[in-house]
Design a protein around this ligand. Structure first.
Ligand SMILES: *[C@@H]1O[C@H](CO)[C@@H](O)[C@H](O)[C@H]1NC(C)=O
Ligand SMILES: *[C@@H]1O[C@H](CO)[C@@H](O)[C@H](O)[C@H]1NC(C)=O
Ligand SMILES: *[C@@H]1O[C@H](CO)[C@@H](O)[C@H](O)[C@H]1NC(C)=O
Ligand SMILES: *[C@@H]1O[C@H](CO)[C@@H](O)[C@H](O)[C@H]1NC(C)=O
Ligand SMILES: *[C@@H]1O[C@H](CO)[C@@H](O)[C@H](O)[C@H]1NC(C)=O
Ligand SMILES: *[C@@H]1O[C@H](CO)[C@@H](O)[C@H](O)[C@H]1NC(C)=O
Ligand SMILES: *[C@@H]1O[C@H](CO)[C@@H](O)[C@H](O)[C@H]1NC(C)=O
Ligand SMILES: *[C@@H]1O[C@H](CO)[C@@H](O)[C@H](O)[C@H]1NC(C)=O
Length: 885
């Protein structure tokens, strides 16, 4: 219900935005949207009108060479217009669109799926697309391309020149041998004269690695391969400057190595004649990424801001970079100067945004051309690096970037086509997944939109009022909801648990197709009939055994549900459902399960090095060396990546809810794996729903205070718990201590107050003091303290945490390598961490030898046990009756 209200609201908002489009910075002379195979005009979810196919644009053999079909299935996130109807081509087929001369955006929309005519357009379609002599696509598979971008549908954007002699776009689809071709929609939009061909702000296209400027003549076509709003949100077509370009949010696109995205106060961008308002929307110029490290700016000399953009080899690329300084303290030339590298070559030695643009809030963009060869394979990454330029002694050793566009240029025979991507080798975090994310909440609403499109404004207004009223009511109702049991809200689903606390379980609800199902005989033989000697831990549900399966070849951890544990059943099944769907190097993997004979057993990969907690507190001082700082950082980075994956990498966001040192396990190489998903929650990552109301669960000491107060769960609760883990790793002491001075009792307060006083170095684990370097410590504490901020919104995302920890590790390594950070003037605490190289060597050698002896002496190995039953670390479920508020 809430969900639907949101839908209506979002439609109204988009309608308003669409209205604004009419007064956009640029008004295109041609705007055509063709809904292929459709017989009536229809409006899409953003309020744009798609024309029915006009007979005069079709060739005379249309009926013979093609047919119209409807998708037999509307995938989640797939909008009806234009994706649900298609024209499917058996033979060559040419649309002819009358257009004005000049370059045109040509966008082709594809939804590869089964069509009603029983033809599997997904599998059987490989085809070429040629327009006015340019080969845009060759042996193209929309299916592979969509899968590679983790989406159900895709659109491709090209820019095609139309000479004044040919005021026609001849768009030809040619199926590969014995294959089909298809298309769902075609969009043509004009652009300002020579918008992408005459160069950036200075009317030049600098050629990377060559002093001669690059020329783009009137016979070049382009394909847009990346267009990002750096540091900002996704900007969809209707919010562009009139050209309906989509700007993706960067985190979905690139391998971000460093930097920060500051929160920008609303500023007005001062467009100029050199950078007119149509170049890029204000949102692009107001958000950006910089290197940060304001406290130790000179550190930035050791690093780059780096992006990696996958591209096809064998083409020239136009790289357009957008810049704008908006901060009041960067207000004159010579203050922030940096070098731009593209493809590891210097593209501009001393970029000074203010000097080029003429002032604060004045945007500027630069165009570069770069050739990408085949040295690193057919689909290499094009690398963009920014590095502080220090020769001129600028005020800030920093760099900035607001937006990037990367366009592929056609080669001399007019070809733009590259090979099909391999869906198996991409990360999935590509443009389309974003595209689908925003469409998701609106997708189901197509009927509504169409209705809205045809009714008058008065009705819209009336509906709006109703919506506002309904929303207000919902809000009230929702508050009441919080007070009831942990019922999921509409857009959140708990895992399909078996209801009730009885032990009768339905086998059908278990994912036997997703992971291995063991018979009880196999389990008994693996654990020597649950031999007590093999128990390696006791969890909230019951004991964990070390076992061997596959004829003794594979070590596993076997978690057996204690039949008397009522509450365990749900968590047990939740964990099974969750883990069978997830695979990640930093999540513990489930090997299988067994639910025979009233037994409930989960089988995991065995973790020879046990829990992080054991390494902190329970190690055998003689045999186990303390974890080195480097190893601790690596463990934290691993666990952080596991959480990052849960939050952003999986299809739906997953909140772990029980992050603590006992739930971080270490494999034989000390690779950290997050475990115990019994309390985890799944939610749709829709922008409207960023939290869920639940009964508070978690572990004492790790529980997010905001979650506790408000009973509203967000992914930031995991960030809080992870911050506590970071503190423990640093100080090697539990969250709560008794019999110590009051100010020391609570770890979080203790670290925070020492951090404020800048005395953290005095409370770090004594085993670390010789090794830890001040800069690394500083960076580590900075992120840890941010993680445990009282308010969720002030805490960083796991993306930021991962980055900061990696940075801390780099600082540590750089200091160890001597030539790195040492040369910088450090603010304080120089006395710590002045280990000589000799000492360092000795240390690591000792560590190496000792850990080897531990591994071979496997008897003491612990495992994936969870220690919930241990003293004060018990499950903290339903700590408080929510109704008591
Ligand atoms: C359809 O194509 C076939 C063979 O390609 C041809 O013989 C026939 O005349 C065509 N029909 C029409 C109406 O064009
Ligand atoms: C498009 O097709 C028409 C008709 O065949 C032809 O006259 C025109 O020259 C073609 N235009 C281009 C740019 O190829
Ligand atoms: C390219 O096209 C522009 C118009 O868009 C025209 O003014 C210019 O002369 C053309 N240049 C060449 C080399 O044909
Ligand atoms: C915009 O920038 C120009 C310089 O290019 C300056 O003269 C003008 O005052 C600025 N306008 C505003 C509103 O800041
Ligand atoms: C920055 O990037 C350039 C070009 O890729 C590279 O040569 C340089 O080594 C990088 N510097 C650092 C500190 O990573
Ligand atoms: C345009 O440039 C390409 C390569 O840059 C060249 O092969 C072609 O001949 C040029 N065409 C014209 C009309 O100048
Ligand atoms: C077309 O692409 C597919 C998948 O990339 C490939 O297996 C096939 O060999 C290609 N066919 C041709 C004719 O290039
Ligand atoms: C991707 O992987 C699946 C299963 O692992 C395999 O069947 C398929 O052929 C692979 N596709 C490509 C293009 O390699």
């Amino acid at each position: 219900m809430t969900f639907q209200v949101f839908l209506i609201f979002s439609i109204l908002v988009s309608a308003a935005v669409a209205g604004e489009g009419a007064t956009a910075a640029y008004v295109p002379t041609d705007v055509f949207l063709f809904n292929c195979g459709e017989t009536s005009d229809q409006m899409d979810i953003s309020g744009r009108n798609w024309m029915a196919e006009q007979p005069n644009f079709l060739p005379s053999n249309a009926a013979n060479a093609s047919f119209v079909s409807h998708a037999s299935f509307q995938g989640s996130g797939v909008s009806k217009v234009p994706y649900m109807t298609a024209r499917i081509f058996r033979h060559d087929f040419t649309y002819r669109f009358p257009v004005s001369p000049g370059w045109k955006f040509l966008r082709l929309y594809f939804y590869p799926t089964r069509y009603s005519s029983d033809l599997d357009a997904a599998v059987n379609s490989y085809f070429s697309v040629i327009v006015n002599g340019f080969t845009l696509l060759k042996n193209f598979s929309a299916d592979l391309t969509a899968k590679a971008s983790n989406g159900a549908f895709i659109f491709k954007e090209f820019i095609v020149p139309v000479s004044s002699g040919h005021t026609m776009l001849n768009l030809t689809f040619t199926p590969s041998l014995n294959m089909l071709a298809f298309v769902n929609g075609v969009e043509i939009v004009s652009m300002p004269d020579r918008f992408y061909s005459k160069g950036g702000f200075d009317d030049k296209i600098a050629q990377v690695g060559n002093s001669i400027d690059f020329e783009i003549n009137n016979s070049t076509a382009f394909e847009t391969v990346h267009r990002l709003n750096i540091g900002g949100r996704l900007i969809d077509g209707i919010s562009d400057t009139g050209m309906f370009r989509q700007w993706l949010a960067e985190k979905f696109q690139l391998n971000e190595k460093s930097g920060i995205v500051p929160i920008v106060p609303g500023v007005k961008i001062n467009y100029t004649e050199n950078t007119p308002a149509y170049v890029a929307p204000e949102d692009v110029y107001t958000t950006y990424r910089t290197m940060g490290n304001a406290e130790h700016p000179r550190l930035n000399q050791n690093f780059n801001l780096t992006w990696l953009f996958p591209v096809d080899a064998g083409f020239n690329y136009l790289v357009r970079l957008h810049f704008c300084e908006t901060l009041s303290d960067v207000n004159g030339p010579g203050q922030r100067v940096f070098t731009i590298f593209i493809g590891n070559k210097i593209a501009k030695r001393d970029m000074d945004v203010i000097q080029l643009s003429g002032g604060s809030r004045i945007p500027v963009f630069l165009d570069f051309s770069v050739f990408v060869g085949f040295e690193s394979g057919p689909r290499p990454d094009l690398r963009l690096d920014l590095h502080p330029y220090t020769v001129s002694e600028p005020k800030y050793y920093d760099a900035i970037l607001n937006g990037v566009e990367i366009l592929k240029l056609s080669v001399s025979d007019g070809n733009l086509a590259g090979p099909n991507p391999n869906p198996n080798s991409t990360s999935g975090l590509t443009p389309n997944s974003v595209n689908q994310d925003i469409q998701k909440p609106k997708a189901k609403s197509h009927v509504l939109v169409i209705t809205l499109g045809t009714v008058g404004f008065a009705i819209v207004l009336a509906m709006f009022i109703v919506v506002v009223i309904v929303m207000k009511r919902r809000k009230k109702k929702k508050k009441v909801n919080v007070d009831t049991k942990s019922k999921p809200t509409d857009s959140w689903t708990t895992l399909p648990l078996v209801t009730g606390s009885s032990h009768t379980r339905s086998t059908t609800s278990l994912p036997s197709d997703l992971c291995r199902r063991f018979s009880i005989l196999e389990i008994k033989s693996a654990t020597n009939n649950f031999e007590k000697k093999l128990i390696v831990g006791v969890g909230g549900f019951g004991p964990v055994y070390k076992g061997r399966i596959d004829g003794g070849a594979t070590l596993v951890a076997v978690k057996r549900l204690d039949i008397s544990s009522n509450q365990g059943v749900n968590e047990f099944e939740a964990e099974l459902k969750m883990l069978s769907m997830l695979r990640h190097i930093h999540l513990v993997s489930l090997v299988g399960y067994c639910d025979d004979e009233n037994e409930m057993v989960l089988v995991y990969e065995y973790m020879p090095h046990g829990t992080l907690r054991d390494h902190l507190y329970k190690r055998n001082k003689v045999f186990d060396p303390p974890l080195s700082w480097k190893r601790r950082l690596e463990i934290c980075i691993g666990a952080a990546r596991g959480l990052q994956y849960l939050h952003t990498g999986a299809k739906d966001m997953i909140i772990h809810r029980d992050i603590k040192t006992t739930n971080i396990l270490l494999d034989e190489n000390y690779v950290a794996k997050v475990s115990d998903f019994g309390l985890s929650k799944v939610g749709l990552t829709s922008s409207s729903q960023t939290h869920v109301s639940t009964v508070v669960k978690g572990s004492f000491g790790y529980l997010d205070p905001e979650y506790y107060r408000r009973q509203v769960l967000t992914e930031k609760s995991d960030v809080y718990s992870f911050g506590v883990v970071l503190f423990e790793v640093l100080c090697c002491r539990p969250v709560k201590l008794e019999n110590v001075p009051r100010e020391e009792a609570d770890l979080i307060r203790w670290v925070k107050s020492n951090y404020k006083k800048r005395t953290v170095d005095q409370i770090v684990d004594a085993d670390l003091t010789a090794e830890i370097t001040p800069l690394s410590l500083e960076k580590f504490c900075e992120i840890a303290v941010r993680c445990v901020q009282d308010r969720g919104i002030e805490r960083p995302s796991m993306n930021d945490v991962v980055w900061a920890l990696e940075f801390a590790l780099q600082l540590h390594e750089a200091a160890k390598n001597k030539n790195g950070v040492d040369s910088l003037d450090l603010p304080r605490r120089d006395e710590v961490g002045t280990t000589t190289d000799g000492e360092n060597d000795l240390f690591s050698r000792t560590t190496g030898r000792m850990s080897k002896s531990v591994t071979s002496n496997d008897d003491s190995a612990r495992l994936a046990g969870d220690e919930r039953s241990g003293s004060s670390w018990g499950v903290f479920s339903e700590i408080k009756d929510p109704r008591a508020r």
